[in-house]
Design a protein around this ligand. Sequence first.
Ligand SMILES: Cc1cc2nc3c(=O)[nH]c(=O)nc-3n(C[C@H](O)[C@H](O)[C@H](O)COP(=O)(O)OP(=O)(O)OC[C@H]3O[C@@H](n4cnc5c(N)ncnc54)[C@H](O)[C@@H]3O)c2cc1C
Length: 811
Amino acid sequence: MKTQTRVVVIGGGIAGCSTLYHLTQEGWSDVVLVERNELTSGTTWHSAAQVTNFGMNQTMVGLKTHSINLYKELRDDPEYPVGYNHGDGGIRLANTEAQMEGYRHFASMARGMDVEFEVIDAQECARRHPLLSTDNLIGGLWDGNDGDIDPASLCQALARRARQAGAEVYRNTPVTGLTQHKDDSWTVHTDQGDIDCEIVVNACGYRVNEVGAMMGVHHPVASMEHQYFVTEDIPAIIEAGHRMPLIRCPISDYYSRQEKNGLLVGFYEQDCKTWGMDGIDPNFVNALCPDDLDRVMDVLEGAFARMPALADVGIKNVVNGPITYTIDGAPLVGPIPNKRNAFCIIGLRAGLGEGGGHGWMLAQQIVHGEACYDTWCIDPRRFTGHANVEMTALKAIEDYQNEFRFHFPNEHRPAARNAKTTPLTPALAAEGAEFTVVNGWERAEFFKPDPDFHVTHGFCFDESFDIVAKEVATVQNAVGLTEVNGFNRFELTGPDAQNFLDRMICGRLTRKEGRVGLAYLLNTHGMLKAEATIANLPASDRGPARIWYGSAAAAEFHDMDWLQSNLRDDEDVTIRSLTNDQTILVLAGPKARAVMQSVSREDWSAKGFPWLSVRECFIGYAPATVMSVSFSGELAYEIHVPNASLYAAYLALRGAGKAHGMGLFGALAVDSMRMEKGYLHWKADILTEFDPFETGLERFVKLDKPEFVGKAALEARYAKGPSKQLVTLKLASTNAAAHGGASLMSKGKVIGTVTSGDWGHRTGLNIAYAFVDPDFTALGTTVEIDVLGTLIAAEVIDKALYDPENLLVRN
Ligand SMILES: Cc1cc2nc3c(=O)[nH]c(=O)nc-3n(C[C@H](O)[C@H](O)[C@H](O)COP(=O)(O)OP(=O)(O)OC[C@H]3O[C@@H](n4cnc5c(N)ncnc54)[C@H](O)[C@@H]3O)c2cc1C
């Protein structure tokens, strides 16, 4: 066994084997995989191993396409062919119009990744799958690439190819401990000896937290028991003369695929069970949980009703095994938060279908620092302090019970709510707030007119439309107040803080005390990594001179990792997170200044506190740090208040606001207004797939700066010109926004992808942002956007639609 290598991948299921193989493909051959037993002896060996192309976003579709292409290549390898039934096709069923709408959106989104899904009616579903009854069925989504693979030969093939490229695989070698050294390298302790390495990868399936504990990490991954059975031969399948497509049913939450001449049917029952929460028997190897078909009777009835032929055949065998879940159902693939040189590929609940792609994404991140797609939807840092196994178990149960029921836009399900709240949460609830969840924080989305009010979730504008219009009107004509909790905030102190930040951002750093500026951080490829509001606070009785670095609520772990990992040994900078200690109240509208003037003794005139200023003050008697910045385009103040005095500040502002017609507004109103100003959202419009020039952020770039992270790469990109460009469009429709992922079409060809869409209530426009081919960026260019299956005419327009001169915020 080697005693030194570059990467040690721990775990020999699909996750580990795929990572090892892809590391060699990305050019690293001095890599090792260690497996405690035999390859595939965890979950992988007993998987139903269906491989589908369906994903909820383009990254998932892209990485699943990679799996499919790789698996086809392995199937066709004459030296070691893998059993892969590619192209049986598959149908995701629907019995509501809202589900069909969703499928039309997903088909539009997938087209941008060169994947064609078809939305078909009930008769067509039955024609393609002769065992189906069309009772209570409207139609479904057809995915022609669906199939299933032999998990054991897939993993052996990947390990074999990795070995041929120089990697080594050590079976029956349990990892027993991990030691990290001062230079961030690791020693992996196994019962066969130690291996020193630069990087470790946790790919341990349901044993993820046994290995996590060895490095002091608690991963938000929980396991569920999951069952399927395989039937005897079904005559109708033999008669059909072709293989049966896969079925996924959101009506009763089961799946099926053909197995020999019978069916394999898997169940997601309501009475489901977590597994291994209190520890896992060390001897649970190549093992299954006891069968319990009684538990799945509710779902079984639905499956029998849909495929009556099932009632006439016997069951050959039952499989019940552990399957891992995360808080949002997507896996954790990427850097482990707050650790150096440590990665994970865990929480895979569809690991056979997705594993080829996830290993590819991870290997790219390890070798190049970033993958070809933006990987935020699988980034382990997208969950922060609230994410623990207890919470994950509750979300896992909820997800399992709704396995094939996708989330609609703005749908936030009830399990594990109130994970992060502020003293204002109950006060806003009493005011009628409907809450959205942002990185665990309960954030007001809009304010309900009465307690029984609810929206019908779907992809079209819903009952909240008029409420949001009213909230926007209050902000536009008088003054509105909202809470933006969880906003990420770091405090940077030390003699090198400014120079360090200057090196991290690609534009001019606001160095003047009392001033605020927007800044962008790039990765080493010159692509957009982070967005930050930088505020310079002078020394005061609240502390020494310091910089506040503010970014999106979900960016806390991500941005901290990026800043810390770029800090040089010779730089004297301390970075402290204030994210959980302070909350922002946003006061916006033409009367905002009058409200401020009546609650705080400072001079709030345009001259005394111009746009992009920051100062410390009191709101009533609540200490606050106020910035004159605006995401709505109206005159606005961001009032940062310690949580202990948040309620006092809120009461003072609410009291003072009465005389000025103040109303509360929520996140939906904010989104509508920011779209009218051309303002972007991190990880919707600001992605690692594009540079700041492509994203329309050239005014935040200073290429003549001597140094910044990503400069050389950005210069090279700039010289080449953009591959895509972000534009603003207005749509000729009024019933639905263009949702992120929707395809832009011209003459039948995909020419771009929507990143955000919303109704602009002040401009009366249906607005979308999209990355398009450079030929389609001129103002007035007309294209079509596939919105829920209908091609809607759209025109490229100026991005600053509302108050383009920014007069409202300046005066
Ligand atoms: C019944 C069932 C049906 C399923 N059907 C499908 C399907 O149709 N399609 C699909 O895509 N997915 C399906 N899945 C999910 C899929 O099987 C899993 O997502 C996938 O197998 C997980 O692979 P993994 O490599 O992450 O974990 P595992 O296969 O569990 O591999 C982890 C490996 O790590 C090793 N390990 C653990 N601790 C250590 C240690 N200390 N030292 C060294 N090695 C260690 C283990 O021995 C194990 O081999 C199904 C799952 C179940 C249970």
